[in-house]
Design a protein around this ligand. Structure first.
Ligand SMILES: O=C(O)CCC(=O)C(=O)O
Length: 306
């Protein structure tokens, strides 16, 4: 828990130290505290010791205490009813943010061999990104498919129209289910629990307004977290925003649509217990950026991807 969130739970504050004359006499301004000389002779059952005594006074907070809303968890059991789970996670400020969750989109045995094949056969590499001019390696491996290049975090993935045949099949299955068409795919490989992707929105101008993004997970389960963008008056402070966590398991498809990329950020955080490898395929529809347009421009300001 961040220091600020923790502080938000404290319901009062310690009083200032008493003026010197009242400390000497042991007097307490509101008469609620026991009187004591300082230093006092106090017995703790192991002989008598001179122990300095400090006097505290509890002040009621002047402002109402503010709590962060409890994190919600979405766990949809597709196997029970064979229905997708549809969630409207917010209705503003930009519009309706929608998620559709389909655990078991790929049956487990098919997902097993697809995972092994993609792990072995995709051209995985570690991308170098830039933050305030400083280079850093992404804490995961990636590869890109699409007729157009894709730029984020000041670094470009070159166009790669040579789709792996299995990815072509998966793209068709995802398109049929979602009713959307996708011309590009960002593949992420989290080698273990230490690999991650930080808070960000998929809101590059090249994705267009209100993009639908289809995210297919294979391999070990990892927690996909969302947090709401704070209102302007919070000055970028996420302490009190709504949060959602969704465990994404082997063969699960997640669709993000509507205003999700405008009003929310998402991440897959590092984990500190053992995790096996996980592949995540995010199908997207990329548009050519207009001439003279700086690649990777965001539609709005958001945190950078690590
Ligand atoms: O691995 C995931 O589930 C999320 C990937 C992601 O956020 C992205 O590729 O932008």
């Amino acid at each position: 828990m961040s220091d600020k969130r923790q502080r938000a739970r404290v319901q009062g504050s310690w009083a200032k130290q008493l003026p010197k004359h009242s400390r000497q006499t042991g007097a307490v301004s509101n008469n609620q505290q026991p009187k004591s000389a300082n230093p006092a002779t106090v017995s703790w059952g192991c002989g008598s010791q001179k122990t300095p005594q400090t006097t505290f006074e509890f002040n009621q907070p002047t402002k109402p205490v503010r709590y962060a809303p409890p994190e919600k968890v979405i766990e949809h059991h597709f196997a029970l009813d064979r229905q997708a789970g549809d969630y409207e996670i917010s209705h503003g400020p930009s519009g309706v943010s929608r998620l559709r969750l389909l655990p078991g989109f790929l049956p487990s045995e098919e997902a097993d061999w697809m995972f092994s094949k993609l792990l072995a056969e995709l051209p995985w590499s570690q991308k170098t990104n830039y933050r305030q001019g400083e280079a850093y390696e992404e804490p995961r491996l990636t590869c890109w498919y699409g007729e157009l290049p894709y730029t984020y975090a000041w670094s470009t993935m070159a166009a790669n129209p040579q789709w792996h045949p299995l990815l072509v099949t998966l793209r068709e299955a995802v398109e049929q289910l979602s009713g959307c068409s996708f011309n590009s795919l960002l593949c992420n490989l989290y080698r273990d629990g230490h690999d991650s992707i930080g808070w960000h929105s998929d809101d590059e101008a090249s994705l267009g307004a209100e993009p639908t993004i289809a995210s297919l997970s294979l391999g070990d389960t990892r927690v996909f977290s969302l947090r709401k963008q704070p209102p302007l008056e919070e000055n970028g402070d996420y302490t009190y925003v709504e949060r959602i966590r969704i465990p994404l398991g082997h063969g699960t498809l997640l669709l993000m649509a509507g205003a999700t990329q405008d009003d929310w950020q998402h991440q897959v955080a590092k984990e500190y217990h053992d995790r096996g490898p996980r592949i995540n395929l995010t199908f997207r529809n990329i548009h050519a950026e207009p001439e003279g347009y700086r690649p990777g421009t965001k539609l709005r300001f958001t945190a950078k991807q690590p």
